[in-house]
Design a binder for this molecule. Structure first.
Ligand code: SAM
Length: 306
C-alpha cells in the first residue's frame, strides 16, 4: 500500500488572498483557540502536528497546515471564501505556473475551480482567465465557488477544450496554460479502496491517449510561453510518459523547466530530464499523490507538430 495508516495527510488550508491575508487568517484561528507554531522547517514537523495546533507550510507561502482530523467545512472563514480547503500538492500547479499580473491564461480542465481561484489570487484579479470544462454539474459548483472566493475577470465555458480554436483572436494573448486533465485519480488518498482505484491497462491507455491529445492541443496556442501539466495520478503512463511523448512530438519548440529544485520528490527516470518534473505522495511529501511538469517555449517556431 502506498500509504499505511501512519502517514495521514494533514488538513491544508490555502488562504485566499483575494479576501484576506495570511496574518489575519492566523489571528482568526488563534481567536478560535488554535495555537500557531510558526513556519515549519521540515515535513517531519507537519507530520508531528496534533490537537489544536497549526503551522505555516515550508514550501508554499499562503498555506496553513492543521492536523489531519481537522474539519473546517462549517468554519466561517471557509463559508465566506476567505480560505480554500485544498491539498498542498494541488496548490503546486498555479504556484509553479506563476503568471504575471495582467496575463491572459487558459485553465483548460478547470472544474471545480480550486486552481482557477488560486490563479486569480496570484493575478490579484488583474488579467483574464478563460476556463473550460465539459461537466455541467462541476461547472455549477465552480461558479458558486469562484463567486464566494471573490474571483473576477474570468470567463467560464462549458466546452470540450479540444474544440477550442487556438487561432481565435480571443486567445491571441494567452501566454499561460494550466492543464489538469481527467486522470485515473490513483493518487487520491481515502477516496476509494486502493484495489478499486487500480485502473485497468485499457483504461490507463485511454486516459493517456486523451492526456497526450489535450497537452499537444494546449501547446498549439500561438502566444503560449509557459504551461503546467498536472495529474492526481501516480501512474507513469499518465505522467512522465505523456510529457515525453508530447515533447518529442513538438521537437525543440518546448522544453521542460527544472521546477522547484528544492522539492524533494522528482519525476521517475522515464527519460533523460524527467527529474525536472515533480511528484508528490503521502509517504514522501505528506500530500495526496500528484504529478506536475512545467513546460516553456524554447525556440521561435510555432508550427504544429509533425
Ligand atoms: N483543475 C480542477 C481543480 O483544480 O479544481 C480539477 C480538474 S479535474 C482533475 C479534470 C476536469 O477535466 C474534470 O472536471 C472534467 O470534467 C474535465 N474534462 C474532461 N475532459 C475535458 C475536455 N475535453 N475539455 C474540458 N474539460 C474536460
Amino acid at each position: 500500500a502506498a500509504c499505511p495508516g501512519a502517514c495521514q495527510v494533514p488538513r491544508y488550508v490555502r488562504v485566499n488572498t483575494l479576501k484576506t491575508c495570511v496574518d489575519d487568517a492566523i489571528d482568526f484561528f488563534k481567536r478560535q483557540g488554535y495555537s500557531y507554531l510558526g513556519k515549519a522547517a521540515s515535513v517531519e514537523e507537519l507530520r508531528a502536528l496534533s490537537g489544536k495546533k497549526f503551522l505555516l507550510d515550508l514550501h508554499l507561502p499562503e498555506l496553513l497546515v492543521f492536523p489531519p482530523e481537522t474539519d473546517f467545512h462549517d468554519n466561517l472563514l471557509y463559508t465566506s471564501g476567505h480560505i480554500i480547503l485544498q491539498d498542498k500538492a494541488s496548490c503546486l500547479p498555479a504556484f509553479l505556473l506563476s503568471p504575471a499580473a495582467g496575463s491572459h491564461i487558459i485553465d483548460a480542465c478547470a472544474a471545480p475551480g480550486n486552481k482557477t481561484s488560486h490563479l486569480a489570487a496570484i493575478l490579484k484579479n488583474k488579467g483574464q482567465i478563460f476556463a473550460f470544462d465539459v461537466d455541467t454539474k462541476r461547472l455549477a459548483t465552480m461558479n458558486t465557488m469562484l463567486m464566494r472566493a471573490g474571483v473576477t475577470g474570468f470567463q467560464l465555458a462549458q466546452q470540450d477544450f479540444l474544440t477550442v480554436d487556438p487561432g481565435d483572436a480571443k486567445y491571441s494573448k494567452v501566454t499561460y496554460i494550466l492543464l489538469d486533465p481527467s486522470c485515473s485519480g490513483s493518487g487520491m488518498v481515502n477516496r476509494v479502496p486502493r484495489e478499486e482505484a487500480a485502473p485497468s491497462a485499457e483504461r490507463l491507455q485511454a486516459l493517456a491517449g486523451f492526456q497526450r491529445k489535450v497537452l499537444s492541443h494546449a501547446l498549439s496556442f500561438p502566444a503560449l510561453q509557459r504551461l503546467v501539466y498536472s495529474t492526481c495520478s501516480l501512474h507513469r503512463e499518465e505522467n512522465e510518459d505523456v510529457v515525453q511523448a508530447v515533447l518529442q512530438e513538438w521537437g525543440s519548440t518546448f522544453r521542460l523547466v527544472n521546477a522547484f529544485p528544492s522539492w524533494p520528490w522528482r519525476g521517475l527516470a522515464a527519460f533523460s530530464g524527467a527529474e525536472s518534473c515533480l511528484r508528490a505522495s503521502p509517504a514522501d511529501t505528506l500530500t495526496h499523490g500528484f504529478f506536475v511538469a512545467v513546460l516553456e517555449r524554447h525556440g521561435e517556431g510555432t508550427a504544429a507538430p509533425s
